[in-house]
Design a protein around this ligand. Structure first.
Ligand code: GLY
Length: 257
């Protein structure tokens, strides 16, 4: 799929006060802004039109826009984030999506779903059941996807300690290839993929992002860089150290279609 659009949101002064399990200290806001600019510039370089949304101080984690929607070229789904402080973030994305989409669906009721739990591999969506995404949320999304002709499969990561979202641990790189955290690789139910497994000490870098012909790789993970380069991917390094401190990775920072 050729990506043409992306939505990102700038981090605000409240960013260091968001939710995190990482014991890496508080992010440096100035550096986070620099890294965000570099990230947006990379997307532009790769041919995407990038809509950079203004800061939402009320929502420290709102820079992680991936969690609040699932986007395809012809429809979008607003999520219902699993973390209560993030719950109302999704509504803030509605007017933005209305600029681009006629068909917008919504995860409702007691269902919860974070976009970080959704891993698309060509025409199949893997939906993570996690501390953030419950069965009802996964089922609501699956039925919307099914309507549009996509298959989906649930992957339960609730017993995998230290893995926040499905995409913290598995990402589809294209060319029938998955990049995996070794803890998920051991459980991954499918044999049809080429699997690239990052070393445990570089588990964070399982969250790489394939955009058009290039693979965005977080800076500072030499074994993963070697792994993907040897596998034939054209890697572009981006430093997202300040987002890692808040449990976010390369994919979390944008919505793309
Ligand atoms: N800090 C990102 C999240 O917990 O959702």
């Amino acid at each position: 799929m050729k990506f043409t659009h992306a939505i990102t949101r700038k981090p605000g002064n409240s960013f260091p006060y968001g939710i995190t399990t990482a014991a890496l200290g508080k992010p440096d806001l100035e550096l986070a802004l620099t890294q965000h600019n570099q990230y947006c510039s990379a997307l532009v370089q790769l041919g995407l039109q990038v809509d950079v949304l203004p800061v939402l101080e009320l929502f420290p984690d709102s820079v992680f826009v991936e969690d609040v929607a699932i986007v395809e070229p012809d429809f979008a789904v607003l999520t219902r984030p699993g973390a209560i402080p993030r719950r109302d973030e999704a509504q803030e994305m509605l007017p933005v999506l209305q600029k681009y989409y006629k068909r917008i669906y919504q995860i409702e009721g007691n269902a919860t779903l974070d976009g970080g739990d959704i891993c698309k591999a060509d025409d199949i969506y893997y939906i993570g059941l996690s501390a953030r995404t419950n069965l009802e949320g996964a089922q609501q999304l699956a039925s919307i996807l099914n309507y549009f002709g996509y298959r989906s499969e649930l992957i339960d990561i609730r017993r995998l300690q230290g893995i926040l979202h499905l995409k913290s641990a598995v990402n589809y790189l294209g060319e029938e290839t998955l990049l995996l955290d070794p803890r998920l690789a051991a459980q991954w139910p499918f044999s049809g993929y080429r699997k690239l497994v990052v070393p445990l000490e570089e588990a964070y870098s399982a969250n790489c992002l394939r955009l058009n012909e290039v693979l965005l790789v977080p800076f500072g993970f030499p074994h993963t860089l070697e792994l993907v380069t040897n596998a034939g991917f054209d890697a572009l390094l981006l430093d997202v150290s300040e987002y890692r401190k808040m449990d976010g990775g390369l994919s979390c920072l944008s919505l793309r279609w």
